[in-house]
Every structure is written in structure tokens, then in C-alpha cells.
Design a protein around this ligand. Structure first.
Ligand code: SF4
Length: 130
């Protein structure tokens, strides 16, 4: 916004970046299951309509063409990602295809993040954000 000599207010539209061919961030709901029952969680409302289930390996594989174009891959939605038995594999597989500057991570309630699993995440899977 700027004022011209006759005090007219000129409002310029912010520049909107052109949409890319691929998304820069991808959220993948690895599971809708959870080991907690938090009262404020949408999953606990009676009308939520969310059934329990895990993403299949085939569905995850189908997302791979997107990975080389991402800035970030988040492996969670509503549910506890550590309940998915293939989570470490998903992270390791994604890291192979993501750009070096991209990161992969997930949000967790932390209840299942024991020492062994933490070490596996850090050493084998190389998750960059938990
Ligand atoms: S840990 Fe998260 S997903 Fe699980 S019940 Fe609590 S808020 Fe919901």
C-alpha cells in the first residue's frame, strides 16, 4: 500500500507464486489407530466416522513419484504413527527419494517411542523430525 500525491490509497495485490506441478509438502496418514483416548480428539467424538486402519505398502509405493519434488513429508494424520509396523521402512524408503534438503517426520504421543525404536529411527531410518 502507498499514498500518491493526491492522497489516494493504492492497494497492490500480493504476488501469488505460480502453482507448481507437484506439492511441496505431503501429509500421509499412516494409520488412524491410536493407543490413547484423548477427550479433545476428534477421533473420540461419536459422529467422527473415522474407522481404524493402516495405509498399505502399495498405497505408500504409489506416492513415491512425488517424493523427489518435496520439501517435507509428514507421516501422520489422526492416529499414532508408531502403531504402524512399517513406519521405519516408510521413512527409510522416503529418504532415498527425497531431495537432500527435504525432511521427513511425524507427530507422536510418544508412548511407544522406547529406546530401541528411537535408536532404529535415528540410525536406520534417519527421520529428521519426530
Ligand atoms: S494421541 Fe492424538 S490421535 Fe491419539 S487420541 Fe490423543 S489426540 Fe487423538
Amino acid at each position: 500500500m502507498e499514498l500518491s500525491e493526491n492522497k489516494e490509497i493504492i492497494v497492490s495485490e500480493p504476488e501469488t507464486p505460480a502453482p507448481g506441478r507437484f506439492p511441496s509438502k505431503l501429509f500421509v496418514e499412516t494409520t488412524t489407530r491410536c493407543n490413547l483416548r484423548c477427550r479433545m480428539c476428534v477421533k473420540q467424538s461419536r459422529e467422527n466416522g473415522i474407522t481404524d486402519g493402516d495405509i498399505s505398502g502399495e498405497t505408500f509405493e504409489a506416492l513415491k513419484p512425488e517424493f523427489p519434488h518435496l520439501e517435507a513429508l509428514m507421516l501422520n494424520g489422526i492416529g499414532e504413527p508408531l502403531l504402524h509396523p512399517e513406519l521405519e521402512y516408510f521413512i527409510a524408503a522416503a529418504k532415498k527419494d527425497l531431495p537432500d534438503t527435504a525432511w521427513v517426520g511425524f507427530q507422536s504421543n510418544g508412548r511407544l517411542l522406547d529406546a530401541a525404536r528411537s535408536a532404529c529411527m535415528i540410525i536406520r531410518s534417519a527421520a529428521t523430525a519426530i
